[in-house]
Write a protein that binds this ligand. Structure first.
Ligand code: NDP
Length: 321
């Protein structure tokens, strides 16, 4: 059991955490990144990435995250292969966290970049066909279904936005919802119903994703929630949009969250209500959820952490004089 001290403790290793680390290291904060259970985050479970700026050709999500990690290490970040299981924020800076390994981490500032996970239906074929037709992000993968038949599952804002987004690529989009009424905002519903490219399919749940002859998604098995009748729908791409779950369990009762469990920050900043604690990336953003926006807020968190430390140092100096 060891105790690790740092000026900047970062929990989470997606684009937000690594970007915070790159900026923090270059500001001589000697950051520590505690990588968590899925080093690299959500991008490590995607394949092609075409929308991260800087790469003309398609890159792979896991490769991009390896590069970010290597860059963060190169400029002086310490990576810890550990998972934080406990945090103590009650006494202000320095903050204490404990890892699964039993190690203790003391950070003068804390950057929370624990991300979010797409919720999945948990039905047959969903996992096996991940990246082969089944996805949880139309903005990331929709482009690969140009001119093809796609379905979106869900009835909230995400599902409707994903369906609308997919009409940029496909003229045949079906929105499958388990009820006959959408949960999403009315304005989005109006846009959806006005589109001649989207067909809603009401009162259906998906019971399985089934591969076609080529091994990729071929069709979905459906069950009618009213009559119980079974049916199928052919599709080349299926986008599961039934919500995201932010990884905020650790911070329950310690930091304010919205109804969805996302950490609340001061508008336009990564500042939480505790001075010196910052949140960036998907753990505080349920709207944009992109690698590039996560990286952007990670950078903001590091810059604000640096300012926080400078202000603290200045105050200590004045108090001593
Ligand atoms: P929501 O929780 O709002 O909606 C989830 C949808 O998935 C619901 O329609 C729900 O059905 C359905 N669903 C849930 N579980 C299952 C299941 N097991 N099988 C079938 N269907 C299921 O999640 P969203 O991701 O849409 O939105 C999350 C939050 O983010 C919301 O607050 C939303 O407003 C916000 N958001 C805002 C945006 C914006 O402002 N532009 C864009 C995207 C999200 P049912 O309705 O029957 O419960």
């Amino acid at each position: 059991m060891a105790t690790h001290h740092t000026k900047m403790l970062i929990i989470g290793s997606g684009p937000a955490g690594y970007s915070a680390a790159i900026y923090g290291a270059r500001a001589m904060l000697e950051p520590i990144v505690v990588q968590g259970l899925q080093p690299g985050g959500q991008l490590t479970i995607t394949t092609d990435v075409e929308n991260y700026p800087g790469f003309k050709d398609v890159i792979q999500g896991p490769w991009l995250m390896e590069q970010m990690q290597a860059q963060a290490e190169h400029v002086g970040t310490r990576m810890m292969w550990d998972t934080i299981v406990e945090v103590d924020l009650a006494n202000g800076s320095p903050f204490r966290a404990v890892g699964d390994s039993g190690d203790e981490y003391i950070g003068e500032t804390l950057v929370i970049a624990t991300g979010a996970q797409a919720k999945w239906l948990g039905v047959d074929g969903e996992q096996e066909l991940g990246g082969k037709g089944v996805s949880a992000c139309a903005t990331c993968d929709g482009f690969f279904y140009r001119g093809k038949k796609v379905v979106v599952i869900g009835g909230g804002n995400t599902a409707v936005e994903e369906a609308l987004y997919l009409t940029n690529h496909s003229d045949d989009v079906t929105l499958i919802h388990r009820r006959d009424e959408l949960r999403s905002e009315k304005i989005l519903q109006e846009r959806l119903f006005a589109s001649d490219k989207i067909t809603p399919l009401w009162n259906k749940t998906v019971s399985a994703f089934v591969a076609g002859e080529n091994g990729a998604l071929g069709h979905l098995d459906l069950v009618d929630t009213v009559s119980g009748e079974q049916s199928t729908i052919e599709a080349d791409g299926a986008f599961v949009a039934i919500g995201h779950a932010p990884a905020t369990e650790l911070f329950k009762g310690k930091l304010p969250m919205d109804d969805g469990g996302y950490l609340q920050v001061e508008a336009g900043t990564p500042k939480t209500e505790i001075p010196g604690v910052f949140a960036c990336g998907d753990v505080m953003d349920h709207t944009y959820r992109q690698a590039v926006t996560a990286a952007g807020t990670g950078c903001m968190a590091a810059l604000d952490a640096e300012r926080f430390l400078a202000t603290q140092q200045h105050a200590q100096k004045e108090a001593a004089e």
